[in-house]
Design a protein around this ligand. Sequence first.
Ligand code: IVH
Length: 666
Amino acid sequence: MKNDIKERIEYLTKLINEANYEYYVQANPSLTDQEFDKYLRELEVLEKENPEFDRPTSPTKRVGGEVIDKFKKVRHQIPMLSLPDVFSIEEIEDFNQRIIKENVKPVYVCEYKIDGVSVSLHYENGELVYAATRGDGITGEDITHNVKTIKTIPLTLKEKINIEVRGEIYMSKKVLEQLNKERILNNQPLLQNVRNAAAGSIRQLDSKVAATRKLSCFIYHLPNPEDYGIKTHFEALQFMKKLGFRINEDANQQVRGIQEIETYINQANLVRENLSYEIDGIVIKVNSLNSQKQLGYTSKYPKWAVAYKFPAKEVLTRLQDIIFTVGRTGRITPNAVLEPVLLMGSTVKRATLHNEAYVLMKDLKIGDIVSIRKAGDVIPEVVEAKKERRNGMEREFIMITKCPICGSLLEKKKDQIDHYCMNPSCPARKVESLIHFCSRNAMNIDGLGDEIIEDFYNLGFIKSVKDIYLLYEHKKDLIELEGYGHKSVDNLLTAIENSKLNSLERLLFGLGIGGIGNKTALLIAKTFKSMEKLFNTEYDEFEKIRDIGPILAQNLYDFFHEEAHFKLIQELKTLGLNMKYLGAKEKYNELITGKRFVLTGTLSFMDRESLSSILESYGGKTSSSVSKNVDVVIVGEKAGNKLVKANELGIEIWDEEKIRNIVEQL
Ligand code: IVH
């Protein structure tokens, strides 16, 4: 009996660890959320009832709970060194020349420099025994209790091996944003950047707190490669990957000489803003481990690697004014009007200040000198006011009490940060909703851009969504408008007509239901298939769906239980709009349908996410890793190891030209 229980516990542990790995490391889950939860609960119960089989590395420990009273000191057997910084291509060239002078082949691995905190992980017999911070490089702190909550760090390896690996624990840009939203609500100071946030999270005494911080980790260093007969750093990365560690496979790349390093940096600069995590530079490491040994170390740094740091993303300018805009939900946003300034290749004149609390938290005054940066994405943000440069002429920020467009009194609900214009007929709200409805990810109506919608609204042609589909009634008036002619009006009316055929998810997204982005809209459309079903769905059914929490479920339920929405949908239906999920089945292409694809490298004509969704809309499947189940590997520029593997397995390879031709003919 006890043996059966022990076996079941081992079976469940393996199953859950594998599912975790598939979900978090490979982004390719094979268990549903429900199945996962069921197994995890079963394991929890078995461990509770049979404490003799409970292990410190059980996947049930990932939720946190362990609390320590102080951090134990840990001495690193091999010091955790940092890297010398370089700031220009010339300095990289100096490094390259030093390498060549030492008779070392200039073959390198380029990696992203992840903006987080480094960690050392120790495994014995394939089990995580402890994890430590870098500290001063010689002595770090034991953070095992928190590390166990990081889902991308394996608790058990795929081999029963003794090993130390090192990597970077980080917080994604999105998680930081979310966390700061909550902190504003709770009147707590904002976390300034992802690094501080990650460092603060990992130094929590209570691992339950760390567990809520949704940290991630990339592994990039194997301190004892010779113990495993490994010859190059790139091989070490693959070795660690095989053991179950998450390496940054999309980024790590073998390069030769300065030219290829430069190309890598340019490429990184292009994709940097779109990454889900922050990088503050590029790490360049000599690939051969023998050569690394030959080059050796200074007291502080290895001589075989450098960190190229990106140029500062921050500049100073003056905050000239704070103005307010009204969104489609009525939300009021204060916006910084800035003295125009060049930042990373574009002139910045405006930056969102999100809400009143944000401005107060940053203590901004009109007239302040402020630093601005392009943080997580291309959108500029105000980092801080340079208070030491105030001269007394600055004006206090005062939140408005009335809608700047319709004049109605603004409302702020309890426990919410934002002020809202509650007037459903507020012209600003109407126009913004219409713009959203026609936008690219929604109904995608070419020719109905922001300004035209505003014009048509003011002219009275389009007052509501329904009017878009009745615009043909104004054809004569439209042709007479300045800048319009028969042809452009015909094109516009055709685009409107064509949009009626869109699959359900576009309409759902376009309706602007609170918190429903285009991805969630697709999920809902896929799950419920028709608009009719949505009007007959209970709260619980919404909440059961992965990625839909109680707030979204409530928003959905409320939206589909409002009489006015029912009426609107009936009208749109009568006007001929499709109300069904068309899905992949609708579209067929013999080169795509039914095949499994892996996308690797950078494509210049389209980003990978968009290409994946096109392939999926034609019934293709996409995976993150190359295996024998994959039919085609699509390779962009700087495709790395996936291309090598595809060649090894004899998998069909499409280059950029081929996929572009196919996509253009769809
Ligand atoms: S290698 C001996 N690789 O940058 C080599 N470090 O300035 C050890 N970092 O302390 C480091 N991404 O915290 C390496 N791909 C990467 C990295 C990386 C981020 C951090 C790490 C290190 C610091 C060096």
